[in-house]
Design a protein around this ligand. Sequence first.
Ligand SMILES: [Zn+2]
Length: 493
Amino acid sequence: MTHGHQLRLYNSLGRRVQDFVPSAEPAGMYSCGPTVYAFPHLGNMRAYVFADTVRRALRWKAIRVRHVVNITDVGHAVADTDTGEDKLEVAAARERRSVREIAEFYTRAFFDDIRALNILPADEYPRASAYVPQMIDFAATLEQKGYTYRLPSGLYFDTAQDPRYGELAQLDPEGQREAARLEQVPGRRRKTDFALWRAEQPGQRRVMRWDSPWGWGAPGWHLECSVMSIALLGPHFDIHTGGVDHRELHHVNEIAQSEAYLGDGLPWVRFWLHNEFLQLGAAKMAKSAGGAPRLADLTEAGYHPMAFRLFLLGGHYRSQLDFTTEAMDAAQATLRRLVARVQPLRPLPEADTLGAATAAAATAAAATGAARALDLMDAAIAADLSTPKILAVLQDALRDPAIAPDGLRVLAAAADALLGLSLGSLDPADLEHRRSVTELAPEELHAIEHLVAERTQARKERDWTRADQIRAELDQRGVQLTDTPEGPVWRLR
Ligand SMILES: [Zn+2]
């Protein structure tokens, strides 16, 4: 039995590809999660599909993992600054709902997208608001150790106390915050110093407020990730993931405060993994509320969530991706071809780990061609998660007459385990491109609605002949009509 290729991951700490061997099992893994004040957009989802790829690679290598993803429902100020209003509170005022309602609504929206994208659930999804007493204790410890100073605006971490501050960002601390943040905080000693506690200002009263040794207020944004990861994974753990935008500031500050708090001289986390951006600029997708497109906009426009997943995995996580309608069309077409080819091979065997896939390949008679392709897939995932390569290997294999159906079954199952595209279960009919209602000309939309209303009237009058005629006409226009207790519902084919 082969042990396969050594898993190697690009560590932002030191900027190099390194062998990944867990320091303990289960390996601890923490991913910075959503701030639940708005719908997650497609760019946000790239970070979770990326973390899911890490999870699948570890499972493939039979490395058990304990995964924590936080839900930020307090403490994240507008524009990521240290002062100013909280994102949740601004959203609550805008939508005339309570902060709790806002958090619950958008947390549910996040989980809907996670499920639709076939992302493996984390072991824990701690909410920041449930950990505020621990955050206060953490900040108090830092104060006792002399890492902080007080200002009227709150308690600040003194980055001058940390000789290794900013190592992850590989920027000189003086230049670090220049580009992104131009916030002036009166009395702050260095511009890299950041708030551990944001004190309420005279005349201000936050909606979410806690009493603390530094007065009423709310925790700083960076604090929650250190506190919750240490609480749930122990003082040191193996992997921390997030978008590359976190590499220069949020993660730098997480490291500074955690290593000051632990004070054992060890690196807090061994592997820092960051995914690149998804560029949304050029896309002309139907946009629900004028913001960046989200998954629901894609499905409304006729794309399957798995097509978006395939689009993401078609690029390497450390490369920027441009989101375009053409790229989505191509991804959906690729997925349709893959599912059509895999469908006759169902059911697929269980092959979530390399060991299981290798055993299945060994028992699959005449699957000699599959062994080589399986090795290529293993090499690809081991080489810093090369998902585009896995897709290419699968596509080549499905065209290779030398590989028997039993071998193809193993390879499709292996690809599903690593890429999570659900090739073994997707219904090809769900992948037919549906025209979106938003693509209809106004006259056509009007005509359809008129016909639907006319048919409802005809049915009321028990004029079945007329009702059937109208249904046939709607059918010709590509309208699929379903009668429900609440009345007819229609969509385009
Ligand atoms: Zn974080």
